[in-house]
Ligand binder design. Sequence first.
Ligand code: LMR
Length: 396
Amino acid sequence: MFETLAAAPPDPILGLTDTFVQDPRSDKINLTIGVYRDESGLTPILKSVKQAEERLLSSEKSKGYLGIDGLPEFRKLAGELTLGEWVEPERAAVCQTPGGTGALRVAADFLAKQTPHARVWCSTPTWPNHNSIFESAGLETKAYPYLSDDRKSLDFAAMFELLEREGRAGDVLLLHACCHNPTGIDPTTEQWSELAELAGQRGMLPLIDFAYHGFGDGLDEDRRAIAEISKHHAEFFVCSSYSKNFGLYSERVGALLAVCPDHTIAQRLASNIKVSVRSNYSNPPRHGGAIVAEILGDAELREQWLVELAQMRGRIHSMRTQFVEAMKQSGCAVDFSFLLGQRGMFSYSGLTPMQVDWLRTQKGIYIVGSGRINVAGITTSNMATLTNAIAEALRT
Ligand code: LMR
């Protein structure tokens, strides 16, 4: 049967990285996949992570399986980090997952089994894998507007109006807690509050993708969505990732946090989540979760991690500002200062698919087809090449 198989299209993000690796040009620039890069273009291992690993290497006594829901210490600390003071720990069922993607898929499987008629509302645009994950689990996805027509700001009125008109009790409302992927545009606290109230009135279940915690304005500030939603909802899901904020991309560490009205319900829900996990990947890998737990559970390592996280956030912010300035200097007619209000790794540049194509083929500059730029991939040394090429693309 294999010989009749047609080839599947490459992934819109990971597929581009494969093409980039094969590109022989020495001055090529990769601004596709969302990984942090330092000033020298490397994705570093954080010092706090290295130290935690050294400790684990000498103290680890077994490679036995973890429980279905992962390391207890990780679950406790991930719960505190993500939900903060907004949710009593006993109300949350926390499950360690292979990355944030794993958390989304476990949530999707759970929802498909428990509420198969739920529709999952995703922003337009959203991370392309969101639709794939929920649809693969058998759920219907629906789109709500997010970006304004000029592709520079949030069209909150359109988003609100559509959800108010079409949102149904039992539907799932997928939201990005901060650093919206791909636009970098987040709602304000007031807008979060209005959205949370609306979803509550409509009986929709919020599902918050929290992949960039700490990359926006800070750990506390980036939890504003959680704060507002917890005021209006006794039940919601959070899918968190530790790929970006701990730089643990390939260790695949994330968590699914299900907030419930009380402890008894949380325990019942946790038992159902375990059923989904067992028939999927059985139980999560240990190493990434153990690193996160080691860092969060130790005052000194935690302090160091906070400094490193602030450095990553600061460098991205500085690159975004310098990029806007350099575009101005390049004589480009387009004013990119709308990027300054964006947060996190990504910026929606407004470049068309044709311009993106031209940049890749003519200049070896790789940007996702939607025009999303990974700002964390910009360095002082590739800035001029990049901005001159974009200015040329916009002229031609
Ligand atoms: C991205 O959007 O680039 C990241 O979330 C990585 C991924 O898996 O797509």
